[in-house]
Design a protein around this ligand. Sequence first.
Ligand code: GLP
Length: 236
Amino acid sequence: MRIIEAKDYADLSRKAANVISAQVILEPHSVLGLATGSTPIGTYKQLIDWYNKGDIDFSKARSVNLDEYIGLDGTNDQSYRYFMDNNFFNGINIKKENTYVPNGMAEDLEAECARYDELISSLGGIDLQLLGIGHDGHIGFNEPGAAFEKTTHIVELEETTIKANARFFGSEEAVPKKAITMGIKSIMRAKRLLLIANGPDKRDIMEKALHGPVTPMVPASILQFHPNLTVVYCFE
Ligand code: GLP
């Protein structure tokens, strides 16, 4: 595990973007596992900036996102598809058809989970997975108690997660109660992991995740067992 302390959010974003940028420069066909949330926004901005300067070419890259709310389609401005298009994909030259987000509108959600797992395998697996962390230690939407051996599946969101995400929806009632998420097993299969955490409110959960016992009650704690984990944090 490599743990890197960033000076501030801008520094964290640059460092994370540097890791992703190196991945794409060294392996242009990389499969990038991507994440939503407020933390990666600065990383995506930095990557767009370097793309505009001509430093990175995403034309051969593919991407798979961790999760999506059930019941929101890509035109809904709270869907993760919309988030990815607007915070990242529209600003770079990745081909939209090579960007994948689970379909939260699928009629058969179980089939959608199986399709997503097959898709990841057919791409050859994830080369670098970017991760944020929830206050309860969730990664993707794998909430406390989630089995470590799950691949893509449907989850009921925890009350704390609904509360934390209400700021984006205007009210708690408007937050979907279910999501599709890659499972811990899908995440642990990625060749490299990059976990980013920002702000004083993430200090306690990061301490538990990185230095506490490995337990499904802190889903991110399993990351301690990944052979190639990089952590970039700033708790200021
Ligand atoms: C959501 C996402 C997670 C993300 C978490 C933390 O619940 N599903 O992938 O890591 O939020 O978000 P933030 O970065 O805004 O703290």
